[in-house]
Design a protein around this ligand. Sequence first.
Ligand SMILES: [Zn+2]
Length: 358
Amino acid sequence: MPGIDRYARHTVLPEIGPEGQARLAAARVLCVGAGGLGSAALPYLVAAGVGTVTILDPDRVDRTNLQRQVLYGERDVGAPKAGAGAARLRDLNPDVEIVAMEARLDATNVDELVRSHDLVLDGSDNYPTKYLLADATARLGRPLVYGSVTAWEAMVTVFDARQGPCLRCLFPQPPQGWVPNCSEAGVFGPLVGITGAMQAGEALKVLLADPSLRTLVGRLWFVDGRDLSTRQVAIPRRSGCEGCAGTAAPVADDAVRCAVDLALDARTAVSLEGAVFVDVREPDEFAAGHVPGAVNRPLSALRGGPHGLPAAATYVLYCSHGVRSRSAVAILESAGVVGVRHLDGGLARWDGELTAGR
Ligand SMILES: [Zn+2]
């Protein structure tokens, strides 16, 4: 095998070895989006000797990208990301066939692109693309390494409908609070790198298919970049899931709003006229301490509908860290409730008093 020395630090690992390296060399990976996640994931895929890597991105490099999209330099500003990224990656490893496609993923090209690759890495930054990709990979039986970053929080998982849940098993519709791409929202640069590198690692593990390497299929890995707390949540397969069945309708471009429109800091929340705080944690958590005057409507109960909520100009939903409340926002909005916001970071970032007991 040419260039065997290049991969010596991989082939010496028993989980990889020359056989694993040959698997990588035979693999075709599609990376959708060459922004922050792709900037981190692509170099590791190419350096590892994945045989063919296709980069799909319709955008050009903007100066504000350089804060986190480290695949590019000053000289690339204004150039197509796919082409500029490919040039950098060919320099990194000439053994790899790099295909640059300056195009947007859409309903007309998604099936052909997914079908012609063994694995897809989601480096996109918007929900219509994420759902289009998730539905196509589930329908066509290709593993999808999913990543998403908002400001200080990130998540990674592997959707493989042949053996686990799909994106719609987790979120049947785009969760309103989890909108990754907001031109006015900030994002912590190194967190994007951590997330993209994790995705590359999961992609390589899926391709290696060594039984001792456990991928994130059926598990969602979540990290909060503010304190580096991490959590893993099991994602069950959802019976009747339209994504798994291949019958889901596409997500419209205007179906999601920016997270910064919905998340409130504590000081703003308490100053809102006529606001009602809704604690979406479980009753035992509520009993141990809650925002004064809050009502308790656990997320699990809210899924049944918004019945019994007191009238309010604004509902401020909160939980421990702002994850459940984000889901609750989506549930109430889809039930037609207006004026729904949530507390950014949850009680972990609440610095006011709490009332204990009920
Ligand atoms: Zn599903």
